[in-house]
Write a protein that binds this ligand. Sequence first.
Ligand SMILES: NC(=O)c1ccc[n+]([C@@H]2O[C@H](COP(=O)([O-])OP(=O)(O)OC[C@H]3O[C@@H](n4cnc5c(N)ncnc54)[C@H](OP(=O)(O)O)[C@@H]3O)[C@@H](O)[C@H]2O)c1
Length: 126
Amino acid sequence: MTIHTSRTALITGASRGLGLALARQLAAQGWQLVIDARGSEALATARAELAQQTRVIAIPGDVTDTRHRRALVEAAQESGGLDALVNNASILGPSPQPNLLDYPLDVLEQVYRTNVIAPLALIQDL
Ligand SMILES: NC(=O)c1ccc[n+]([C@@H]2O[C@H](COP(=O)([O-])OP(=O)(O)OC[C@H]3O[C@@H](n4cnc5c(N)ncnc54)[C@H](OP(=O)(O)O)[C@@H]3O)[C@@H](O)[C@H]2O)c1
């Protein structure tokens, strides 16, 4: 009898930086991965590297997009459910950070959509 012991993590924003570093560590430990990022080319490069070590589902898209989040949830379900969710994808906004009095509100709205609303929505969806 084969006992399936592999765990699965969904890491958003895993095409570079902290998300990719974490994905590499989990892949080395045998975790299956579901990853995303908006830039499909960098995501494909990351997937190709990680897939040398583990099963990886890479879905390009924006975490603020409801349909993209639905695709992530379906991938998690197809993988047998999640053992970890890492809401890593985020945007910094203008740099240096402007004072709130000068902060362009359309940008502030996008920052909150990406960094606050989308992670909570993903938790709710899952
Ligand atoms: N770097 C630091 O000094 C630092 C310090 C404290 C906390 N953090 C936190 O650590 C996390 C990662 O930081 P980092 O420096 O590794 O960031 P990063 O290098 O800018 O990487 C961000 C990742 O998220 C993806 N991403 C951004 N917006 C997205 C969206 N709307 N939908 C899907 N993917 C998206 C990016 O790919 P695309 O652009 O292609 O979408 C990329 O893969 C963030 O939550 C950040 O707040 C970082």
